[in-house]
Design a protein around this ligand. Structure first.
Ligand code: FE
Length: 190
């Protein structure tokens, strides 16, 4: 009898401990559901709250990103000048990485640039982005990648305005903009 009761108790403990695992997954899902990826809604790695660095192979990103975001974020493609949705956008708010939700820039660091891509003179946080030398196409440039997921975002140049003199030249497709006011309408330079 005692053995039967002991076995029953162990079975109940086993079931309860197994249920802990799905609970953790559910918590993570709840977190990402609050801020689903606007352009890739099936991306489980997108979060504006979780700053944990992601080290995922391109094969994973290929599955969760839209083709157009993947081509820039992982394939380092560059969108055509004057075609992106944010190159002349002047709304007030925050720009996030479209691949992972990491905070990248505030709108008050954005400036009107004639280059045809959204341009900023400083990042939201010091570790919002990382830098890599880029010697491709016979040029000596500094590549800017997301500090959380490593997505290619664009390049950094030294011809920006004060106070930094820097120009973060970004691809619109890898940026998600969140306005400060939810009812804010579009703002265009022209
Ligand atoms: Fe990212």
């Amino acid at each position: 009898m005692k053995t039967t009761i002991l076995m029953l108790a162990l079975t109940i403990i086993s079931i309860v401990s197994c249920q802990n695992k799905p609970h953790i997954i559910n918590k993570k899902s709840e977190m990402t559901e609050k801020n689903p990826a606007p352009n890739s809604p099936d991306n489980p790695y997108y979060s504006r709250a979780d700053t944990t660095e992601l080290d995922l192979p391109d094969s994973v990103w290929k599955k969760v990103l839209s083709d157009s975001i993947y081509q820039v974020a992982r394939g380092k493609a560059t969108e055509e000048a004057f075609t992106g949705k944010y190159w002349d956008y002047t709304g007030t708010g925050t720009y996030y990485c479209a691949a992972c939700g990491n905070g990248l820039f505030r709108s008050d660091s954005k400036f009107a640039s004639s280059c045809g891509w959204p341009s900023f003179f400083e990042t939201l946080r010091k570790n919002s982005v990382k830098y890599r030398p880029d010697l491709s196409y016979g040029m000596n440039r500094t590549e800017v990648i997301c500090g959380r997921c490593g997505a290619h975002l664009g390049h950094l140049f030294d011809d920006g305005p004060p106070p930094t003199g820097k120009r973060y030249c970004m691809n619109s497709i890898v940026l998600d903009f969140e306005p400060d006011e939810s009812n804010e309408s579009s703002h265009r330079n022209h």
